[in-house]
Design a protein around this ligand. Sequence first.
Ligand code: SF4
Length: 279
Amino acid sequence: MRNIELLEVTNIVKKSVIDINYNLDQSLVSLIQKAKNRETKDLSKSILSDILENQEIARNGQVPLCQDTGVVVVFLEVGTEVTFHGDIYEAINEGVRQGYKEGFLRNSMVFHPFDRVNTRDNTPAIIHTKLVKGDKIKLHIASKGGGSENMSKVVMLSPSEGIQGVKKLVLDTVFAAGGKPCPPIIVGIGIGGNFEKSAILAKEALFRDLSDSNPDETIRNLENELYDEINKLGVGPMGVGGETTCLAVKINYYPMHIASLPVAINIQCHSARHTEVEL
Ligand code: SF4
C-alpha cells in the first residue's frame, strides 16, 4: 500500500484551480484560432479575436479568464493500493478554499437554494469518486461556469426515438441556448445509464481530449454529424451569428434499462477550464 499525504492533495488542487482559471488550454486556443480563420462574417471573426485576446491578457497578466470562476468539479480516481489518513474530501475543499483566495477567484457557491448566502470560499466542490486499480490517485479538476451549466439538460427519451431523437434533442437544446452559454461551446453528451448516470457521463465527456477519436464507430459518427449540424445552426460566437457555434462534441455512453434512453447534454462555454493531475 502506498500512503498519500493529504497536504499534497490540497496543494495540487490549490495550484490547479488557479492555473486553469488563468491559462486556457493551448489545444482549445488553437481550435478558436482555426475557427476565427474560417469565419466569413466580420462580427463573428472579431468576437473570436476578442476571445483570443482575452485569454492572452489572462495568461500574461495571470488574472482570471472570466469573472465567473465557476464551481469546482472533481472526478477523483482512487487506486485500491492507496491509503491516506484523514478526509480526502476535506483536503480537496481546503485546496479550493486556498486557491480561490490566493488566486483572487470569485466565490460562486451559495449554501441554500433560497437564502442564497455565499459560502465565501467557493466550497464545497462537487466530487465524484471512483475506485480504480493501482497505487495512485488521479484528480480531474474543472472550474465550471454557471452560464453554460444553466443551459444543460437531462431528458428521458423513449428507446424508439433512437439516434434521430438524440440528434433532435441536442440541436434543439443548443439552438434554444443561443448566446447564453457564451459560444463557441463544447457539447458533452451522456447517453444511457439512468437519470443521474447520464448527467455524470455528459460531464465526464467534457474532460476528454479535444482531439481524441471515439473508439465506437456509431458514436464517433454521431459526434461528427452533431458537430457539423450544430455549426450550421448559425448561433455563432457569443450568439451574433456565424459558422462557429461549437468547437467539439463529445459523447460518452453506458448500458441502460431496456425501456429507457436517458440523454444528458452538458454545455461548456469557451472558457473550458480543466486539468488532470496524478499523485
Ligand atoms: S458561460 Fe463561461 S465564459 Fe460565459 S460568463 Fe460563464 S464562465 Fe464566463
